[in-house]
Design a protein around this ligand. Sequence first.
Ligand SMILES: C[S@@+](CC[C@H](N)C(=O)[O-])C[C@H]1O[C@@H](n2cnc3c(N)ncnc32)[C@H](O)[C@@H]1O
Ligand SMILES: [Zn+2]
Length: 270
Amino acid sequence: MNALSCPLCRLPLVVNSQGVGCEKHHQFDRAKEGYFNLLPVQHKHSLEPGDAKIQLQARRQFLQAGFFEPLKTHLQMLLPRSTKNLLDIGCGEGYFTGAFAEALPAASIYGVDIAKAGVRLAAKAAKSVGLDSRLVYSVASSFDLPVADGSMDVITRIYAPSKDAELYRVMASNGLLVIVAPGEQHLLGLRRRIYREVRPHQTTPIPEGFRLIDQQQVQAGLVIEQPELRAALLDMTPFAWRLSPELRGDIVQKVVTDQLDFVVTIYNKI
Ligand SMILES: C[S@@+](CC[C@H](N)C(=O)[O-])C[C@H]1O[C@@H](n2cnc3c(N)ncnc32)[C@H](O)[C@@H]1O
Ligand SMILES: [Zn+2]
């Protein structure tokens, strides 16, 4: 674990008996679930930044049921086998991060998310399958990554925000950046029921310092037969905040048939 850097002074973090620390004696203890809290209080703009616990638990329940498996497999296949260090930005509860660790048995995988509840769930899962020695989770912001310059061969960003300058700084020369965003058809049926006006998803501009290599689409049908998984889908997305109790009840009661549509864009560092 040599790619983490101190969030206070940027010096390398070295493993010690309690967690990790830098030469200037900034110390970050390992939580019992195995993750590090590398988000300094002064960088925390709210008490519980990022996705709420209920949202993350719903995401865990929905993803564990396998609905996003086509995307997971697609991403696993496109990762270069030579990857040494991969960073997953906005890793949430770690469904994809864990899948990257499985696909790359020799790589060190770093997951960061600003939501402690997500990182905690992710780290617990890594520990339970014995992946915690090379799957390192930290609570941190993607706008100020506690990661060494030029250390990552691959950075993945699935539905999460980031800052171009930080992506550029931590990426190794020639490294690959993989960004996943929703496509036009993604959950269109549900969006039509929920929003008066369905707005097209915004296209992601090319991050500064990167060159577009390829864009791929992953599409699959979605049929959700279990009511509790329909509720989980609603709870894991921003939909939840806009729904009237009537519409929510209506959606949870009947089988949902819809479309998944993901756009996977691959860049490399210029
Ligand atoms: C829709 S979730 C996606 C999670 C995961 N990538 C997945 O696909 O399952 C977006 C995640 O980005 C995180 N997030 C939001 N702002 C962030 C920031 N500034 N730095 C790091 N993570 C952030 C949220 O806490 C949330 O877990
Ligand atoms: Zn330090």
